[in-house]
Design a protein around this ligand. Structure first.
Ligand code: NVA
Length: 303
């Protein structure tokens, strides 16, 4: 049966644990032929560094091949309807990874595709990022359940997926967002349901210090996600009290990890030298995108 990864909640906690374990094994092996002869379409409406490169290299290093389709080449929904693009790609490829502005576009792609569709970021979720973030946390801390992740800033795609991933794996999640920029309400509700069985605790606040106090991980992301450039001035004002700096990290546990999905804007959502702080693991995080992508592609394409 074809399976998609549109939301992190398309997986359960056991599958997430399995993906992490397999990614750790794949990290030891640079080349393998598990996906020999298989192909992946990368259809992107927005820019990408880590997601595009990690999918491409993951396919190549596992014996398969990826084809990148840029926004201008395809004109998704403009030059050709989303449903037709999807039906055509399904005739050529074994899977599709898509980065879209609207989550609706992704749902339409998935509805018409005969092959698995993976969300490579939409305005609602970024599940591949959340999975590799859990891998990084697990590697550094040796466990997930019972840890506390504090997210400071915009309740955006990255926050939505990380929240759900935490709720599925017994991780507690504190989030400090300004009023009007909280995580998606539907996602909050699903997460609250997952928390009943996983035991995760949730703290919603608008105060960064309240979220960060005693946390094992402090996480932030850009104030202006791709597609929201028109709100840049307003967002810079609204989020000015949500910058993560060394002093804020001092409120967390002494062995706290600082995480950011990148690209980062020093002097905006983070202080100037935070990426260089010994507590920062952002480049391990970036590397792990590749290892997790391998484990995810093996799960999705070999089903
Ligand atoms: N929230 C950011 C994540 C980039 C990886 C964006 O959507 O632009």
């Amino acid at each position: 049966m074809k399976r998609n990864l549109l939301s992190i909640s398309d997986l359960d906690g056991r599958e997430i644990a399995q993906l992490i374990e397999r990614a750790m094994l794949k990290k030891q092996v640079r080349r393998e032929d598990a996906l020999s002869g298989m192909t992946l379409a990368l259809i992107f409406e927005k820019p990408s560094l880590r997601t595009k490169v990690s999918f491409d290299l993951a396919m190549y290093q596992m014996g398969g091949h990826a084809v990148y389709l840029s926004p201008d080449e395809v004109g998704l929904g403009r030059r050709e309807s989303v449903s037709d693009v999807s039906r055509v790609l399904g005739r050529y490829f074994d899977g599709i990874a898509a980065r879209t502005f609207s989550h609706e576009t992704l749902l339409t792609l998935a509805a018409h595709s005969s092959v698995p569709v993976i969300n490579a970021l939409s305005d609602l979720e970024h599940p591949c990022q959340a999975l590799s973030d859990l891998l990084t946390i697990y590697e550094k801390k040796g466990k997930l359940s019972g840890l506390t992740v504090a997210f400071v800033g915009d309740g955006n795609n990255v926050a939505n997926s990380l929240f759900l991933a935490a709720m599925l794996t017994g991780v507690n999640f504190n989030i400090a967002s300004p009023p009007g920029y909280e995580i998606n309400q539907g996602i909050l509700k699903s997460g609250q349901e997952f928390a009943v069985s996983s035991g995760s605790r949730i703290k919603l606040t608008d105060a960064p210090d309240e979220a960060v106090k005693g946390a094992d991980v402090v996480y932030t992301d850009v104030w202006i996600s791709m597609g929201y450039e028109g709100e840049a001035d307003q967002r810079r004002q609204v989020f000015s009290a949500y910058r993560v700096d060394e002093e804020l990290l001092d409120l967390a546990k002494a062995d706290v990890l600082f995480m950011h999905p990148l690209p980062a804007h020093q002097g905006e959502e983070i202080s100037n030298n935070l990426l260089e702080d010994p507590r920062s693991v952002v480049f391990d995080q970036a590397e792990n995108r590749l290892h997790l992508q391998k484990s995810l592609l093996a799960m999705m394409l070999l089903q």
